[in-house]
Design a protein around this ligand. Structure first.
Ligand SMILES: Nc1ncnc2c1ncn2[C@@H]1O[C@H](COP(=O)(O)OP(=O)(O)O)[C@@H](O)[C@H]1O
Ligand code: SF4
Ligand SMILES: [Mg+2]
Length: 343
């Protein structure tokens, strides 16, 4: 069976060209050649620091923005080449949930109207849509009587439940969730994650679940992809990624996930990338992680072919060759690092 979603060498560049006054505008390679597939009913967690290109990728997948290059196939249709009309026909099957439900929800609409809107927009009669909205409210753990209330009358977690009810109203096969729990308290986060798992078990919907923290996606993901400056640098089945991470960026993100046990929390290794995430407007040469990579410094200290860079000596491969995302720990465990086994 073919994949539900097949993303091939997807790219998005912002800016470039010139300003009105002839000054060059910096080119931002927000998504810089990303490929992956998603099976029906699967959850792929997509993690990386702010600025790594996660939201841009999520929007490209649903073609809410136009790609610069590459292809997205969804249910065997080429989304990137679809006409406005074909895209509109696909919309019910591919939905998005945003971090801030207030930002995407009209404050003058009742919860019932917010949930019913995509249904009436796609030809469901008003009475039928209202009835289904009431049932959806119950499905996401709210009272059907809440249909008459306005967004400001709900808590953050309840608003996110409304956003989820709206997204699943037309029984989609794919939902892109862009940091759906990042603005919520930890206890509320867990409730929303449980709700999403329940919905998936019942409906078989696939999720592309975006977060900036590896801790958040751990329990909901079948596979996890880690993004850095426009690229996926590691992708693996969940247990392989958390149990045996191969890319030094993943290792450092894992080290930042708090542990519930205070003793382990105190003793855990502090592997930190050096400095801040770089800019997608001026990508480093070779491996884009090399200015921050602790492993490159370790490998160079052992000798071999090194060059002067970043005020130190680094392996010349790291500074000169862009590492490809390739199998490094079994066929399904991909990493983009010249030294995936060197820690
Ligand atoms: N509309 C836009 N115009 C210009 N640059 C953008 C736009 N959207 C995103 N970017 C840039 O693209 C990069 C990736 O952004 P984004 O996809 O929002 O990352 P993330 O969701 O991981 O924080 C950032 O450098 C950001 O500033
Ligand atoms: S290729 Fe080099 S710089 Fe890049 S992650 Fe691997 S060791 Fe670090
Ligand atoms: Mg984002």
């Amino acid at each position: 069976m073919s994949a539900l979603l097949d993303v091939r060498d997807l790219r998005k560049t912002f800016g470039g060209g010139q300003t009105l006054f002839g000054a060059p505008r910096p080119e931002v390679r927000a998504v810089d050649g990303i490929s992956f597939t998603l099976a029906r009913g699967e959850t792929l967690g997509l993690v990386g620091e702010t600025g790594s290109g996660k939201s841009t990728l999520g929007r490209l997948v649903l073609r809410l923005i136009e790609p610069s290059a590459g292809q997205v196939r969804f249910e065997d249709t080429d989304v990137t080449a679809a006409s406005t009309r074909a895209l509109r026909a696909m919309r019910p099957r591919m939905q998005m949930v945003f971090q801030d439900p207030y930002g995407s929800i009209d404050p003058r609409m009742t919860a019932g109207a917010i949930i019913a809107e995509p249904m009436t927009a796609h030809g469901v009669g008003r009475a039928e849509a209202a009835g289904r909205a009431a049932r959806l409210l119950a499905q996401v753990g709210l009272s059907p009587a809440m249909a008459a209330r306005y967004p400001h009358e709900f808590s953050g977690g309840q608003r996110q439940r409304i956003g989820i009810a709206r997204a699943i109203a037309l029984d989609p096969s794919l939902v892109v969730l862009d940091e759906p729990v990042s603005a919520l308290d930890v206890s509320v986060q867990a409730q929303i994650l449980n709700l999403l798992a329940e919905i998936q078990a019942r409906s078989g919907v696939a999720f592309l679940f975006i977060a900036h923290d590896l801790g958040v996606v751990r329990h909901v993901s079948d596979r996890v992809a880690v993004m850095y400056l426009g690229r996926v640098v590691e992708m693996a089945p969940r247990d392989a990624l958390y149990g045996a991470p191969l890319h030094p960026y993943t290792v450092s993100l894992l080290a930042a996930v708090p542990r519930p046990d205070p003793l382990k929390e105190r003793n855990r290794p502090r592997i930190r990338p050096i400095g801040e995430i770089g800019s997608a407007a001026s990508l480093p040469t070779g491996c884009r992680f090399h200015p921050r990579c602790p492993r490159a410094r370790l490998v160079a200290a052992r000798g071999g072919d090194t060059v002067e860079a970043e005020g130190t000596r680094l392996p010349s491969a790291c500074v000169r060759q862009d590492p490809l995302l390739a199998p490094a720990g079994g066929a399904a465990h991909l990493a983009a690092c010249h030294f995936p086994h060197e820690d």
